[in-house]
Design a protein around this ligand. Structure first.
Ligand code: SF4
Ligand code: SF4
Length: 234
């Protein structure tokens, strides 16, 4: 397949998840990937991976051009899916923002979101394999709590009174943080149908204020995801 890998505003970490594929990456025809080559070609891409969020007009223009050239466009990681940690400044009351940070889906249609900060190499591999055999890649669309249950982890919220965003976060990481007794901070972003009201009720019972809970979500890596935007109006 002909691939393009593009970077907007981001740390570059998700591109390294692509490089982590190692030798299997050599099976692909990579026409555009500035992180590894200074010779890049615009072409019709079978798959375009776009890392990073849109923070200026040049990036918006680049994204529109990528969309025109890509048969299948993948938003790579929390920055591309939700605006990333650089969108956190929106939550500050005394704005004075240096720039705004937007997810790709605010400007173009996105064919697949790969979640995480950074994304998992296995998910990139699965995407390439599925597309190469003409099928659509499938990733978990259930909350992270399911993965905790499968692993037999006791719930951190109930047993240790540790706040954990797992109940509103999309699964896929294998419950990495709760398995190490650390609350999930939502790097996989909100799960479809996330029940924010129920989450607020649980967190309030733990003694947090509404304002604090809102702040924690808005300051998470996916705090500017569409599903969380209602919190900005309060
Ligand atoms: S999603 Fe995380 S790892 Fe990926 S580019 Fe953004 S900040 Fe870096
Ligand atoms: S547990 Fe949460 S914060 Fe940790 S890796 Fe998984 S989704 Fe990310």
């Amino acid at each position: 397949m002909i691939l393009g890998v593009f970077k907007l505003t981001s740390c570059g970490g998700c591109q390294y998840s692509i490089l982590d594929l190692g030798k299997s990456l050599l099976e692909q025809k990579i026409f555009y990937f500035t992180e590894i080559s200074s010779s890049n070609l615009w072409h019709t891409f079978d798959v375009a991976f776009v890392e990073g969020s849109v923070t200026n007009d040049d990036e918006k223009e680049l994204l529109l051009k990528i969309r025109q050239k890509a048969k299948f466009l993948v938003a790579l990681g929390a920055c591309a899916v939700s605006g990333g940690i650089q969108a956190i400044q929106r939550s500050k009351k005394d704005k004075g923002l240096i720039f705004y940070s937007y997810p790709l889906s605010d400007f173009v249609s996105v064919d697949l979101e790969l979640r995480g900060c950074p994304v998992k190499s296995e998910h990139i591999e699965e995407t390439l394999f599925s597309l190469s055999v003409g099928s659509v890649p499938y990733f978990p669309d259930y909350p992270l709590c399911i993965e905790c249950k499968r692993k037999g982890n006791p719930c951190l919220m109930i047993t240790h009174k540790i706040l954990c965003l797992g109940v509103i976060t999309q699964g896929g990481c294998g419950a990495l943080c709760p398995s190490l007794n650390r609350g999930c901070y939502g790097c996989f972003g909100p799960v479809k149908g996330a029940n924010l009201k129920a989450f607020f009720r649980c967190a309030l019972r733990m003694g947090l204020t509404e304002e604090k809970i809102r702040e924690i979500i808005m300051n998470s890596f996916n705090g500017y995801h569409q599903i969380f935007r209602e919190l900005y109006d309060k």
